[in-house]
Design a protein around this ligand. Sequence first.
Ligand code: FES
Length: 136
Amino acid sequence: MSAGDLATIKEMLLSSGYDEKAINYYLTRPNQGPLENADHVTELTGPCGDTMKCYIKVDQGKIEDAKFQVLGCPGAISAAMALADLVRGKDLSGALEVKDGDVFRELVNIPDQKQHCIRLAVKTLAKAIEEYREKR
Ligand code: FES
């Protein structure tokens, strides 16, 4: 992507209500999967049709690492990237306590109509943790 394209995308996201921090998560994708040697991988499709794949690596009951692959909108991508940062190092119960509002605060701001994208990220991670617990 050229610098001009990037600037245009950034401009569009800013004007539609994304904070710089959310845009940065979207553009740099620091927690994009796949994750090598994940202990569990799961997938969830939201009502909008967007799909997320969540990889978790668990060490002694803690999320050592989490990554996401997202087929979806900037809201979904930024939410998944932020959520992975928020849960890394937490134990499984602590990770399940990270809610939509926590992800929203991490992103600072995304458009109102994108709140369900945060929901999808939180639900996908919860599914990964629940399935991981069940198989053990
Ligand atoms: Fe579907 Fe954002 S529009 S997750």
